[in-house]
Design a binder for this molecule. Structure first.
Ligand SMILES: C[S@@+](CC[C@H](N)C(=O)[O-])C[C@H]1O[C@@H](n2cnc3c(N)ncnc32)[C@H](O)[C@@H]1O
Length: 329
């Protein structure tokens, strides 16, 4: 009996070691990819790190993804401790500084840190509390240190996304906010990547998962369905969980170079419908109660076929609201 148990333990250890090695190899590929060029910097041809270079990146980003301001709500964090995980070229990060937050941030790459450091200098912004190269799966911060942890378009690139989300939750104080954007696998964008690389490439049996993993940004990119988000988030100590699925402008306007496909995509997006977070009519007492910030169930809004799941939640902690919700079921 003892021998069998020893063998099982040995096998488990060997399996974990292989998994760790695979995950480290993938993380290195992710780092190498983003070290070559930080996110969105491809949209500018101005001199690298010049004021014009940063202006153009910012202008592109908030035209393409204007919903980021509503999602992040930068100015609400004036005087509060905010952490951004995976700041990339720092476009959102400088909004925390402009808003007067006590901001800290990490990214896996030196290239991102260089972009952010030069950007803060270019605009003469206040110094952040701490910015560093580090790994989202192992954050160099103590438990319960921040009023907000924010991560936009990052954690689906990390091999162990769930571990990275757990880390985000760990470093936020009870009652603090968590905001994460993760890609949606069941989206028009993912379908378009599949059509281009699987269907047109003569491999229609390949999955949407395969298309994202191999053909969207760094190797190993993942996308989550709403059901998967529900499963993942319900195991964490979170309340007031809202997921608004957004369509970036670029994705909506030029999803495919094949024109009839664009027509089909737009029709499908319209058919999928836009679900507002608040009803347009009947704003009465009952509805106001429904939207009091104490709800226990995950609320989905936006367009279900959008590529960006913008997740907002509050970490459970003392106080009437959170005690009522606790972990979601
Ligand atoms: C698509 S970019 C997003 C950057 C920025 N948040 C934005 O929206 O522009 C992805 C970023 O995630 C970073 N990243 C990927 N895996 C990471 C990890 N495990 N830890 C920290 N950063 C990571 C990459 O270095 C890259 O800068």
């Amino acid at each position: 009996m003892a021998v069998v148990a020893d063998i099982k333990r040995g096998l488990r250890k060997a399996f974990r070691r292989t998994q760790d090695a695979t995950s480290e190899k993938l993380k290195k590929q992710v780092r190498d990819f983003w070290d070559r060029q930080s996110c969105d910097t491809q949209v500018t041809d101005a001199v690298k790190f010049s004021r014009e270079y940063f202006d153009q990146i910012e202008s592109f980003r908030y035209i393409d993804q204007s919903f980021i301001h509503a999602f992040a709500q930068f100015t609400r964090y004036r005087g509060k401790r905010a952490l951004e995980v995976g700041f990339g070229a720092g476009t959102d990060f400088i909004q925390w500084l402009r808003a007067g937050a006590i901001a800290s941030g990490i990214d896996l790459t030196q290239e991102a840190l260089d972009n952010l450091t030069r950007r803060i200098e270019a605009y003469h912004l206040p110094q952040p509390e701490k910015i560093a190269v580090a790994d989202a799966e192992n954050l160099p911060f103590a438990n319960d240190s921040f009023d907000l942890a924010y991560s936009f378009g990052v954690l689906h690139h990390s091999p162990d996304t769930e571990q990275a989300i757990r880390e985000l939750v760990r470093v936020v104080s009870p009652g603090g906010d968590i905001k994460i954007m993760l890609y949606n696998r069941h989206s028009i964008y993912a379908f378009n990547v599949w059509a281009k690389h699987a269907l047109a490439g003569g491999r229609p049996w390949k999955s949407l998962r395969w298309a994202l993993w191999n053909h969207v940004e760094s190797l190993g990119t993942k996308g989550y369905t709403r059901g998967e988000l529900r499963h993942m988030l319900s195991r964490l100590p979170l309340g007031q969980v809202r997921v608004r699925t957004e369509l970036p402008t670029g994705e909506y306007m030029c999803a495919s170079a094949i024109k009839p496909l664009n027509w089909l995509y737009r029709a499908t997006i319209r058919l999928a419908g836009h679900r507002p977070a608040y009803p347009a009519t009947g704003y009465n007492r009952a509805l106001m109660d429904k939207y009091k910030p104490c709800g226990g169930a995950i609320e989905f809004s936006g367009n279900p076929l959008g590529f960006f799941h913008c997740i907002s939640a509050r970490k459970a902690g003392p106080g009437p609201c959170v005690a009522e919700t606790g972990a979601l079921d």
